[in-house]
Each structure stands twice: as C-alpha cells, then as structure tokens.
Write a protein that binds this ligand. Structure first.
Ligand code: NI
Length: 261
C-alpha cells in the first residue's frame, strides 16, 4: 500500500512540505497518519495551492494533531485575474496555519503568464510580511526572476525543493532564507544538489517530502510519505560526515525555529 522504511527511526522528523490532501492518500490517510507517529514523524506541514486544496489541508490539520497548514496560491494553478489576498488573510488566521505557501514561480509548466505569476508571488510575499509569517516558495525554471524578487522583498522562509546551483544557494542563504531538500538528493543525477547540500550551513537546511511526489531512493517512483525522509537524512549525513540523528535533530530545530512550531 505504501512503503515503510526498513530502518527503525528514533528520529523526530519534521516534514516541512507535503500534500496529504492529494487523491493518492484517499482511503489510507487515517492509518498512514497513525503510522507516521510510530515511525518517528513529529510534524508535517501541508501546503495548499488553491482555495480547494487549502480547505482540504486545513481539515487535515484539524483532524490530525501532527499536521500544520500553509496557505497560498501556487503558480501552476493560479486563478485568472488578481488573487484574493483578503481571503488568504482570513484563512491564515486559522489556528494551525504556520506559513504562506506554496507560492512562487513556475516557468516549466507555464510561460504565458509570467507577469501574473510575479504579481501573485509579490502580493503574497507582502501578505506574509504583513502577517509575520514565513513563506514556502516554489521556483521551477525561474531562478533569475525568483532571485530578483527575493532580493527586493527579503522574505523570511524557505525555497522548497531547491533546484538552483551552489552559488544561488549561497546567495539565498546570505539573504536569510532556508533551503528545502527532499528525495531528489538521493537520485543518481543529484550532483548539483549534492554540491548545494555540502556547501550551505546545516542550520539553513530543512527536510521535506513534497509527498506524494519525489519518493527517495530506494523506493523512488512509489508513494512518498513523511517517514521516508529518513533516507534523505541518511544521504545528507553521508554527504556532511554527520550522524543521521544529528541531521534530524538540527533540521528539526531549523523547521521549528522558522515556522514557530
Ligand atoms: Ni509542493
């Protein structure tokens, strides 16, 4: 049904980016959430992408103690016209909302609405600053414009599923942001991300799944879930010459600090 890591995890994992509202979790979510606790998962942040998924994520955080929610309009599913930041502000007032996200730029899926994407991104960064919340940011094939906006707005937050080069990571960190790292780190073609994971301070790295997507090796391609972060932590520990426990402890502290958990 879903893969279980074959190592016992003493860890207290925080999954800083997931989408448990996804259809692929229907029917197994109760059991899976119960299992996360047993497998050492402490908290999970589900990221909304539009009004419908935000609502679903909020219901998850009401139902499951370990779930928290980020509210935002994702660039891939941006509505036509201006986004409703007032509605977002209302939704962000919910108890377990800990971030504005996921927001950002995606030029892989759409290049025909770059200006609209940039405007929605900036509007939501202003809202995040106004509410004192961190931003969970998405950047796919839009590094230049993402950097320009980050330099201008100086948000606090994380660039999730980081896909830039080492130089970009170093600049992003120098601007105060965190780097989100998930299953991609374990993939065979992860050379660039391994360079990033080696060079940025461990205090600036957050672990994430992007579940149900991006399951790490050795279960790549299967249904991803938060406990499988242990494989990412193992890889990061190997790269940095640390123990898995150290990696989990520090990255968990990083998430707790950024999201005030
Ligand atoms: Ni995502």
């Amino acid at each position: 049904m879903y893969p279980i890591p074959d190592i016992s995890s003493p860890a207290k994992i925080i999954d800083s980016h997931a989408h448990y509202n996804d259809k692929r979790f229907e029917g197994i979510i109760d059991e899976l959430m119960k299992k996360q606790r047993e497998l050492g998962v402490k908290r999970i942040i589900n990221c909304g992408c539009d009004l419908e998924s935000i609502d679903a994520c909020l219901r998850l955080s009401e139902r499951y103690d370990l779930c928290y929610t980020a509210v935002g309009f994702h660039p891939e599913t941006l509505p036509e016209g201006d986004i409703d930041t007032n509605k977002l502000r209302t939704l962000a007032a919910s108890d377990k909302v800990c971030a504005i996200g996921e927001i950002g730029l995606d030029y892989y899926w759409r290049q025909d609405n770059k200006e609209a994407q940039k405007k929605a991104f900036c509007d939501q960064l202003r809202l995040a600053a106004d509410l004192g919340l961190p931003a969970i940011m998405h950047d796919r094939e839009a590094h230049g414009d993402t950097l320009d906006i980050i330099r201008e707005y100086r948000p606090k937050g994380v660039l999730h599923c980081f896909s830039g080069c080492r130089e970009m990571a170093e600049e992003v960190v120098s601007l105060g942001l965190y780097i989100g790292i998930g299953g991609v780190l374990t993939f065979k073609n992860a050379k660039k991300l391994i360079e990033v994971a080696k060079s940025v301070p461990i205090e600036k790295i957050l672990l994430e799944t992007d579940a149900p997507y991006l399951a790490p090796e050795p279960i790549r391609g299967k249904l991803n879930h938060s406990a499988l972060i242990i494989y990412v932590a193992e890889k990061l520990a190997e790269i940095r010459g640390m123990t898995v426990e150290e990696v989990i402890n520090i990255t968990t502290e990083n998430s707790e600090k950024l999201f005030s958990l």
